[in-house]
Design a protein around this ligand. Structure first.
Ligand code: GTP
Ligand code: ZN
Ligand code: ZN
Length: 231
C-alpha cells in the first residue's frame, strides 16, 4: 500500500481535488481508502463514502490536528493495510500553521487556493515549505496575472516542489495528479521508527494545559512576550 499525506488550509479544496483524483484511481481498478483528520467537525467522510471507498475520520478536539495525526498515523496505516488498500490517502486541515503532518519518504501534498491572498504562502510554514507537490486550486475565479503571481509566491517559499493547477469543480488536472502521486512500487507496511519531516513546535504553556485566567502570575512554561517598545 502506498501512503499519501494531503494537507492544506481549511476550505482550500483538498476534498474536491481528492474526490476527482480518486475517480481516476478507481477507473484503474485501484483500491483507495481515506482518513480525514480535523479539529472539531468535518463531513468530508460523507463525501468520500459516496465514492464507495473505506473512510475513517479523526477529530482532534482541543489538540493541534497535526499532533493528533502523528500520534495516530501508525494505527491508521495498520487499518489501511488490513483493508488491503493499494492507496491510503490522509487529508488533514492545517490549522495552526506551525506544524505539518509530512513524514520523511512519504509523499506530501499541500493544497492551497488562489484566493487565499498572496502572503498566505509565507504564512503557512512547513505545510507548504516541505511539501513534494503543491496543488493550487480555484484558478477559475482569478485572472491569469493573479494566477501567475500566486504561483511565483508559492515557488519562492518552496522552490523544490512540483506545482500543479487543479480545478476542484471541473476536475481539470486531477488525472495528472493521480499519475504523479501514486507509486505502485511503494509498499508502506509500517511507519514504526519513521520520522516527521519537521519538528512540531514546543508550545507547552499554561494555556495549553487548560488555564483560562489572564495575567503574568498564571503564565508558566513556554511563554513568549510581544515586543511593544516605548513608542
Ligand atoms: N471555484 C472553485 N471552487 C472550488 C475549487 N475547488 C474547491 N472549490 C470549492 O471550495 C469549497 C471548499 O472545498 P473543499 O474541497 O471542501 O475544501 P477542503 O480543503 O477539503 O476543506 P476542509 O476539509 O473543510 O478544510 C467548496 O465549496 C468547493 O466547491 C476550484 O477549483 N474552483
Ligand atoms: Zn476537506
Ligand atoms: Zn500545531
Amino acid at each position: 500500500m502506498d501512503l499519501i499525506t494531503v494537507s492544506g488550509p481549511p476550505s482550500s479544496g483538498k476534498t474536491s481535488i481528492l474526490l476527482r483524483t480518486i475517480e481516476h484511481f478507481k477507473q484503474r481498478g485501484l483500491h483507495v481508502g481515506v482518513v480525514k483528520f480535523d479539529c472539531l467537525f468535518t463531513d468530508d467522510d460523507v463525501y468520500f463514502a459516496k465514492l464507495d471507498i473505506p473512510v475513517k475520520k479523526g477529530l482532534s478536539g482541543s489538540l493541534c490536528p497535526d499532533h493528533y495525526f502523528v500520534s495516530n498515523i501508525e494505527e491508521v496505516v495498520e487499518w489501511g493495510n488490513n483493508q488491503n488498500l493499494d492507496i491510503l490517502i490522509t487529508e488533514s486541515a492545517g490549522l495552526c500553521n506551525r506544524c505539518s503532518p509530512y513524514i520523511k519518504d512519504i509523499k506530501a501534498v499541500c493544497v492551497i487556493d488562489n484566493l487565499s491572498g498572496i502572503n498566505t504562502p509565507k504564512k503557512i510554514g512547513p505545510m507548504l515549505k516541505s511539501a513534494d507537490i503543491v496543488v493550487i486550486t480555484k484558478g477559475d475565479i482569478v485572472s491569469q496575472a493573479e494566477r501567475e503571481v500566486f504561483t511565483m509566491k508559492v515557488q519562492s517559499v518552496n522552490p523544490k516542489a512540483i506545482i500543479m493547477h487543479v480545478n476542484g469543480l471541473s476536475g481539470q488536472g486531477a488525472y495528472e495528479l493521480s499519475t504523479l502521486i501514486y507509486d505502485k512500487d511503494k509498499h508502506v507496511a509500517t511507519l514504526e521508527g519513521e520520522q516527521l519531516r519537521y519538528p512540531m513546535p514546543s508550545a507547552l504553556c499554561s494555556y495549553c494545559l487548560g488555564e483560562t485566567r489572564i495575567g503574568k502570575k498564571h503564565q508558566v512554561g513556554n511563554v513568549r512576550k510581544i515586543k511593544l517598545g516605548d513608542s
